[in-house]
Ligand binder design. Sequence first.
Ligand SMILES: Nc1ncnc2c1ncn2[C@@H]1O[C@H](COP(=O)(O)OP(=O)(O)OP(=O)(O)O)[C@@H](O)[C@H]1O
Ligand SMILES: [Mg+2]
Length: 368
Amino acid sequence: MILTEHRVENYRNIEQAEFRPGPGLTVLCGRNGQGKTNLLESVWLLSGAKSFRGSRDPQLVRRGEPYAVISSVAKREDGEAEQYRIIIGGEGCEQAGVRPGRSAQLDGVDLGRATNLAGHFYAVVFSPAHLELVRGGPEGRRRFVDAALMQLYPGYIPIYRRYIRALAQKNALLRDARRFEGAEQLLETFDQTLAAAGGEMIRRRGAYFAGLFELAAETYDNLAAGSERCSFTYLPSAEDGEALLDRIRAARPADLRAGFCTVGPHREDFKIEINGADARSFGSQGQQRSAALSLKLAEARQIARIAGSEPVMLLDDVLSELDERRRDFLLGRIQGRQVILTSCEAAALHDTPGGIWEMEDGRLRQVQ
Ligand SMILES: Nc1ncnc2c1ncn2[C@@H]1O[C@H](COP(=O)(O)OP(=O)(O)OP(=O)(O)O)[C@@H](O)[C@H]1O
Ligand SMILES: [Mg+2]
């Protein structure tokens, strides 16, 4: 996947900007608060996902404007060009004839919701918020694997939904099981569903992690030039569906006491260790960043492997906190794939082979 043209109008602080990234590295530089991340975020939206900054759609539209437009062209692996157009409705968009939310067109054909772009434009984003993968609690790590599986295997979505629905029903029942006759029987039914769907989730997470963790450990090894080792280990709630059912049944008294379901894929995690010590509690900032980055680079390689499409890498502020050797490795590593990178330190990047663009108060100009 190569993004060849990208144009935005009324997107956050950007009234209008257009650029043509090359097939390798493109740097967006500029001082704080000028709109670098905004522009990167607008590229990310082409993947069909929502903002990686957790913003709601109307917040993406330039204040005072009814809607924003993103129009882009990308070249697919088979050499064909695809045209994307996303329209984001802001406040008062309906008076301007635009629907609220994000809608999309592909090659001029209406797709409805922009989420339908998933599976066309592949991208991987790394932003400072992704440090939560290493520093934060297990929930973010589960979201990471579930999002990856949903993007790569649409068949994971109904399994995941079946599990989450049964879990919500079971939790509702557990909250007032004492007052409910026949609760035990009903709990058993939910447990069967949880074990069937949950067993499948464990199998798919396990298979995905096996490839991902190997690539991530290898990437970390290269980043750190072998000076330290980082390992990633999946901590499944059970070996398979059958074992999960046993564990869920055994946990029933505890569940009844707690008032919620205490065992299963919704409580799983994976652990990240640097030289054998938990990266969350003991890793330095640069080490934590390296571990999160390794996971993200591994994710990109998994997409290339499984979907057969090299994703565009979007790296927001990735260079801060990395020492020179790690920077050099990273910038060398990304040859052969398209990378768009934001940085406040343009000087450090002047001898890179890619194009450099400067963002100032929402205006973009090419400097190299
Ligand atoms: N909907 C909006 N309308 C107008 N301006 C907006 C909107 N949303 C965000 N902004 C402005 O965009 C600017 C932030 O841009 P951005 O986050 O891209 O900065 P940046 O160049 O990445 O800075 P840093 O180097 O600090 O990360 C802020 O000034 C913010 O007020
Ligand atoms: Mg930024």
